[in-house]
Design a protein around this ligand. Structure first.
Ligand SMILES: [Zn+2]
Length: 140
C-alpha cells in the first residue's frame, strides 16, 4: 500500500461515524490498487481496503471496472477483486482514478469524503465536507 496520511484506525473511525466532516480536515490519500498476477487472472490485493477508504460498495466499483474493460471478474473470499484476464496495474489504476473522479470526488469542493446513494433510477453523490449533492450517471 502506498501513502496513507491517516492511521488506519482513525480512518475507520471517520468512515463509520455519521457526523459530517469539517471542511478544514485534511484530504484522505487514496492508495493505488495493488495487483498480482494469478495465472490468467489478475487479483487486486487491497481492493476491499481501498473501497472502505472511498466508502463505496466493492461490488459496484468492480462492476464499473469490469464494464470499462469489457472483462469478467468476481470478488474472492476476502472481498478482493479478481479480474478474469491479465490487466496491468497502470491501466487498472487509470480506470479506478476515473471512477474516483466521477463518483467519489465532490465537483464543488473537491473533497473525497462523500457518499453515493440511489434514488430510484437516479444516483446522487453527496459530499460530506460541503454538503453539495450532485446527480451522477451510472456506468456500471
Ligand atoms: Zn463538497
Amino acid at each position: 500500500m502506498e501513502i496513507l496520511k491517516l492511521g488506519y484506525d482513525e480512518l475507520l473511525e471517520r468512515l463509520y461515524s455519521k457526523l459530517p466532516l469539517r471542511r478544514t480536515e485534511v484530504a484522505v490519500e487514496i492508495p493505488r490498487l495493488e495487483t498480482e498476477v494469478a495465472g490468467i487472472h489478475t487479483r487486486v490485493k487491497n481492493f476491499k481496503l481501498v473501497c472502505e477508504i472511498i466508502n463505496r460498495d466493492p461490488r459496484l466499483v468492480l462492476r464499473y471496472l469490469l464494464k470499462s474493460m469489457g472483462a469478467k471478474g468476481s470478488l474472492d473470499r476476502d472481498g478482493n477483486a479478481v479480474v478474469h484476464q491479465n490487466v496491468s496495474k497502470a491501466s487498472l489504476n487509470k480506470l479506478f482514478e476515473k471512477f474516483i473522479e466521477l463518483y467519489v470526488k465532490c465537483p464543488t469542493c473537491h473533497s473525497y469524503q462523500s457518499e453515493l446513494r440511489r434514488e430510484g433510477k437516479i444516483w446522487v453523490l453527496k459530499c460530506l465536507a460541503c454538503g453539495a449533492e450532485t446527480t451522477v450517471r451510472p456506468a456500471w
